[in-house]
Design a protein around this ligand. Sequence first.
Ligand code: FUB
Ligand code: ZN
Length: 611
Amino acid sequence: MDKTIPVPFTSVKITDGFWKKRKELNENVTIYAVRDRFIDTGRFEAFKFNWKEGSDIPKPHIFWDSDVAKWMESVAYILAEKEDKILRSQVEELVSLMEINQQEDGYFNIAHTVVHPEDRFKIRNNHELYCLGHFIEAAVAWKESTGSDRLITITDKYIDLVIRIFCVERSAEFVTPGHEEIELALIRLYRLTKNKKYLDLALFFLNERGLHNEGLTDWCNSSYNQSHLPVRQQREAMGHAVRACYLYSAMADAAKETDDKELLDACTNIFNDIVHNKMYITGGIGSSHHGEAFTVAYDLPNNTAYAETCASISLMMFADRMKDIILDSKYADIVEREIYNGIISGISLDGKAFFYENPLEINLSDRNKHTSMKQEPERLPITQRQEVFSCSCCPPNLTRFFAGIGEKVFSENNDSVFLHQYIPCTALMGDMTISVETEYPVSGKIKINVKNGTGKYLCVRIPGWCENYSISESFESVGGYAKILIYSDEITVFADFVMEPVFYLCKKDVRANANKAALMYGPVVYCFEKFDNPYINHWSLRFDTEITPEVIYDKNYSCNILIAQAFEIENSDKLYYNIKEKKENKVTIKLIPYFAFANRGESDMTVWFNI
Ligand code: FUB
Ligand code: ZN
């Protein structure tokens, strides 16, 4: 294994550009917007444990705890860079309520204490261990950011109870969690504390999965929560996409911590299955609403794409972990695909509203067409983002993603530092300081200054999309990275990963994309919105792939837009007509970054065009 360790968010300061704007929006708007919706819906109030049958406050839901935990984790990352007394005191207030309401034996779960205590550790899909996992992640981030142990103390006590009930007494009515998350969280806690009991519990849950005939219910097969096989025998991505990728992330972590090649082999096979067979060009995964799940290879419909925002975040997490175990730039390439497309399409440009599902095509005429019926037969994704959902897992997953993005930039080992994501920043690694300047993803020009790293190597990722590049220093190409010797106390490296609009085709097995192309510029996927092309139906176009689209910077998106050439078929008076009567007109089409769709009202949209 080629192991590296991510340079922590506490050591990386984002200084400029696309991500600085996104981070500031998160800190100034989104974190408050999500908090306010969580207050309105009763998620914060629930921490008072004061719900009773008949009371007029909202009834706590089984995984509200996790929504708030992710919000707390987000605040931890924010506080590492910038003091915010309001956010800090709100988290401290929640922690105080947790201290007060934690049960004597260590248990902490709101719904399973005040709503249905009789179900404690009885129903596998009830998310108790999932919620604990998110509290553990919040506890780790809170400790790393603020130095406070308060959340760690709470979660440690609860973990001791879980060890007793699940591993020693085996008195719970299931063996492994119905929604994975605690496994990766425990390994995070182990890495922070070096306390082996956390790693052992994570390994217990991983090793027991698939051995107990669990998971099969009246509504799902055991593969829904990846319990169909022991984890080391799994080769394909199956089931609920977020559950799956949280599990695969933990498997990668465990493989790394224990040098388990068999487990790593399962991870590499599953990763390849996802990216070769089951992933949208935007990085979206889990193509079906039914079970929020992976289906079969090449089933990637565009207009019904589920592609949950959390699922993209979870694949980014999996890929990001793999990049720290295997020296192959394809892993950081997927992180990049996610962060510029399938993750951030989940949030509006004003930072206040969210998509849970991220379709790749919208045809408004598909809605309300069954005029004689009360309900549409087909379920389609919503067309405008919402401020909150009854199941609101995605918004706080986004707040923690933006706040913690710094940790995705670098990783290091004894002799090298790896630059994976091109984000303007300064990072401190011991005595070494690295600063990155770039307008990425507007351009692929990067300036990297390294101080006090003499004798080490700087390895910069050569993006998978890039056909032409230059690097100012001599380098050796290793695993898709340019490996450059840092030969003096200060060196400055200039890299130019030439960005050009590129038309992409899709493997012919994907029926939805037959004879179609999508446009990318660097890592960014583009889309057509009728809003920009008001008199044109996207399905009546044929793109002229011989003419390279024009690239124009648009400050509304902090990104480029593309102007492409196409042919539009002329309409006919007749429903059916002889092909000899076919006429086409040249048209100019404006395309915007996919992540920015649905920010100006409802509109037809597509990522894939006829060619
Ligand atoms: O079940 C908890 C979260 O809600 C999942 O991770 C999401 O997919 C949604 O089901
Ligand atoms: Zn979600």
